[in-house]
Design a protein around this ligand. Structure first.
Ligand SMILES: [Mg+2]
Length: 231
């Protein structure tokens, strides 16, 4: 058997013309928030209490919405998150409950240029994965709204795993989910958070810091991925 493999390797023939072209990755892994879906909690909370109260709530370091949100992304249920918030900050009841009630408004829009990249890669049969920090209770709102989420072979949702980026543990979850196709060092990873990009690089992923769809397209082309140059 080994001899056969060696023989077939020897018979692989002369180098192809594109021998010096980069070898394309086996799969591409996308972050969702602010890479494919623009997310902003202000409009969701403003729908409940108006823009001024929403801004004041989100700026209140004593509540610390970012930390509250991170705990939800890392596996806390929204029921529990709301219970904890209302116990410590009862005067923010409308703000806190308004976030889930109007969550759809926080998904401001799809980032069309990145969705176009996703569709082109899918048409070229590049395996696609997502690795997102998202509350398990709120992720169904995204699935309901963005039909192109079906283009992913698999989506790792932090809230379902109980651990969020940039914790190295979630990259171990990703490794399990892609291993039938590739190792992490054969995958490209795209994220708008520098901390997540650093954590991804430490696991062997070829990580790209997302700054906009035009840059991303050129970065992926430079890595040999099958995308068109835009005029
Ligand atoms: Mg993001």
């Amino acid at each position: 058997m080994r001899d056969d493999l060696a023989a077939s390797a020897d018979a692989s023939g002369p180098a192809r013309d594109d021998a010096w072209a980069p070898r394309p990755a086996d799969a591409v892994v996308f972050d969702l928030g602010n890479v494919l879906i623009r997310w902003d909690p202000v409009p969701a909370i403003a729908a409940a209490v108006g823009p001024e109260r929403a801004a004041a709530f989100l700026a209140d370091a004593a509540f610390d919405f970012a930390a509250w949100n991170r705990a939800n992304d890392a596996g806390r249920s929204l029921d529990e998150a709301e219970r904890v918030a209302l116990a410590s900050h009862p005067h923010y009841e409308q703000e806190v409950l308004g976030y889930r009630q109007n969550f759809d408004a926080s998904m401001v829009e799809e980032i069309a240029g990145t969705v176009a990249i996703l569709r082109e890669l899918h048409a070229a049969q590049v395996p696609l994965f997502a690795l997102t920090n998202w509350s398990a209770d709120l992720f169904p709102f995204a699935v309901e709204r963005f039909e192109w989420l079906d283009l992913f072979e698999d989506i790792v949702v932090s809230g379902e795993e109980g651990v969020a980026k940039p914790d190295p543990e979630i990259f171990e979850v990703l490794e399990e989910r892609v291993r039938h196709l590739a190792g992490l060092d054969d995958c490209i990873f795209v994220d708008d958070s520098p901390a997540n990009v650093l954590a991804a690089e430490a696991t062997g992923l070829d990580a790209i810091l997302f700054t906009g769809p035009e840059h991303l397209r050129e970065d992926l082309i430079a890595r040999g991925m099958p995308l068109r140059h835009l005029p």
